[in-house]
Design a protein around this ligand. Structure first.
Ligand code: PNS
Length: 158
């Protein structure tokens, strides 16, 4: 069974993430989307809220599992018997950081490959931080996130 892990902060999940989940799910028997801690970020949503938003946004998709973990990604992938980590790449600016993480994860476990999917062009400017920024100023985020996420951001920032 080909199992892959798609990790991220997902604070909150955007249509860019959904596109990657949808496309990656076709390449593996099982795709586990896992909410992890990014020590450089201060999240707006709790882990439980982020998991719930992912679950609701992906409920129509097959071969997907949503989970969270408070430790290291590579440890989690090993525990789940996943041999692949999937990441999305939006722009050259993502590359250096992602490259460093992929190399570090390979150093920690050579059996687990990181694979990158190029973002769909219409989501190349999209990030959770941008979505939160636009929402803070009451901008229209309806085309950037699933409906449930739009509703929850508005409640959170009200
Ligand atoms: O969506 P993000 O914030 O870019 O995702 C980054 C994330 C959460 C995947 C990364 O910070 C991570 O893997 N955190 C878990 C801790 C870990 O394994 N750190 C070592 C990375 S080389």
């Amino acid at each position: 069974m080909r199992i892959a892990v798609y990790p991220g902060s997902f604070d909150p999940v955007t249509n860019g993430h959904i596109d990657i989940i949808h496309r990656a799910s076709k390449a593996f028997d099982k795709l586990i989307v896992v909410v992890l801690n990014n020590s450089n970020k201060q999240p707006l949503f709790t882990v439980a809220e982020r998991v719930e938003l992912l679950q609701k946004s992906c409920e129509s998709m097959e071969h997907i599992e949503i989970d969270s973990y408070s430790g290291m990604l590579i440890e989690y992938a090993q525990m789940k018997n996943a041999h692949f980590i999937v990441k999305g790449l939006r722009a050259v600016s993502d590359f250096e950081y992602e490259f460093q993480m992929a190399l570090m994860n390979r150093k920690l476990n050579t059996e687990i490959e990181t694979m990158f999917l190029m973002t769909c062009d219409r989501f190349s400017y999209l990030s959770s931080s941008m979505v939160k920024e636009v929402a803070r100023y009451n901008g229209d985020i309806s085309e950037l996130v699933p409906e449930i996420v739009e509703k929850k951001i508005k409640e959170k920032l009200a």
